[in-house]
Design a protein around this ligand. Structure first.
Ligand SMILES: [Fe+2]
Length: 402
């Protein structure tokens, strides 16, 4: 038997200026030596690396929508549809995601996203008009025009790519850069009472490890995180369609603007998503704090396990059902905000031909920046509603953290 050496090699990601290298030992890799024509022989290695490192960056690829779909499908061969389903008609039209996605007709699991008007026929779409989301359409208190002209930006919206109603969160998202306008660097401001800023390339996609987000929490918050089940709103992107984001893009302001549940498209209890707050990595066994910051409606916190020590720092020792939306958001912000500290983030500097695979069940990500109407930016994005739900903490995790 001949054993062929893998053509792949892995190096650390190009560091962002503020990144603290100690948080990147196990977060992010650039992959070298990948040929899409021979992807099948290396997909097992790529999949293992993705779960280990959460973000994989490939440079200078030529990748067809079919190849991208096949790479995405390899992670979950029985997955059936795009991560948000393919129904964007009728009452679903109010979803805040609707304008951002153009479906490629011959490969409907792959979406064209970006900015500007694409000339001519593109992959079966006639001159598609793309629009990069601008934070001023979503944040309650956006950056002033004056500051924006100086290159100040925000995180648009931290999220997981997931419908969070009826469909399971995709395991992986693949993003392939077809056309990237030249851009200067910008300063991203948190504007949440801290002086935190992040220096990043215009239009960067930013990634925050859910494992780091969990690991850096104090013990009393880890205990809450492993005991909590997150109950998501029905049709969350319609439900939140009138709501505004916090200045960090990490969740919503509580202003009572969510749609009443009886004004949403038809929904049933059985299709609601109630998911663990921490999701177990299928390769490393690590816990990732994985909550869509905007979409939860309630938390169900289990009591401490029998015999678990309790002291004055213990939170919710007897469990709790938190149904007040303001209280849900306040607790979630305390759990997630430390994990988006500037020193923890990978900010991608996109170049044409880049492919990024990210572990959608292991991190949060956000769009940043803004583009003028004539700046053409084109990406192919693919993810698939998973065949199974994420797995929460096991008995050993509860013994270690609860
Ligand atoms: Fe996304």
């Amino acid at each position: 038997m001949t054993v062929t050496a893998s053509p792949l090699s892995f190096t650390s990601l190009p560091p962002s200026p503020q990144a603290d290298p100690k948080y990147f030992e196990e977060f992010g890799r650039e992959v070298h030596g990948f040929d899409p024509e021979n992807k099948d022989v290396v997909m097992d290695e790529i999949m293992e690396a993705l779960y280990k490192y959460q973000v994989l960056l490939f440079r200078d690829l030529k990748l067809t929508p079919k190849q991208q779909f096949e790479m995405t499908l390899a992670f979950d061969p029985t997955a059936q549809s795009y991560g948000h389903g393919n129904n964007k008609t009728g009452s679903e039209k109010k979803s805040i995601l609707h304008p951002d996605l153009k479906t490629i007709p011959h490969r409907p699991e792959v979406q064209l996203i970006g900015n500007g008007k694409v000339p001519g026929n593109y992959e079966g779409l006639e001159s598609p008009q793309l629009k990069h989301p601008h934070h001023k359409t979503f944040h309650r208190d956006p950056v002033s025009d004056e500051d924006e002209a100086k290159g100040i930006t925000r995180f648009y919206r931290w999220h997981i790519d997931a419908a969070l109603y009826k469909l399971n969160p995709p395991k992986v998202t693949t993003l392939y850069a077809v056309s990237v306008p030249k851009g200067e660097w910008q300063t991203l401001r948190y504007d949440d009472g801290t002086d935190d800023t992040l220096s990043l390339p215009k239009g960067s996609t930013v990634f925050a490890s859910g494992k780091t987000m969990f690991d850096i929490l104090p013990a009393e918050y880890k205990s809450v995180a492993v005991r909590t089940t997150v109950k998501y709103a029905p049709h969350p992107y319609v439900w939140m369609s009138n709501a505004h984001a916090l200045p960090t893009g990490l969740g919503l302001e509580t202003e009572g603007l969510e749609l009443p549940l009886d004004e949403l498209p038809p929904w049933t209890e059985s299709e609601l998503k109630a998911l663990p707050m921490c999701w177990k990595n299928p390769v490393t066994g690590g816990l990732h704090l994985q909550v869509h910051p905007c979409a939860p409606q309630a938390f169900s916190i289990a009591p401490l396990p029998a015999g678990a020590p309790r002291d004055s720092t213990t939170l919710y020792p007897d469990g709790a059902e938190i149904t007040d939306i303001g209280e849900v958001r306040e607790l979630l912000y305390k759990l997630q905000r430390p994990g988006i500290d500037p020193k923890l983030l990978f900010a991608a500097e996109w170049k044409e031909g880049d492919l990024v695979l990210f572990h959608n069940r292991g991190l949060l990500h956000s769009v940043t920046g803004a583009f003028a109407p004539d700046e053409l930016r084109m990406f192919h994005q693919c993810n698939l509603a998973a065949s199974t739900e994420p797995v929460g903490p096991d008995a050993a995790d509860m013994a270690a953290y609860a």
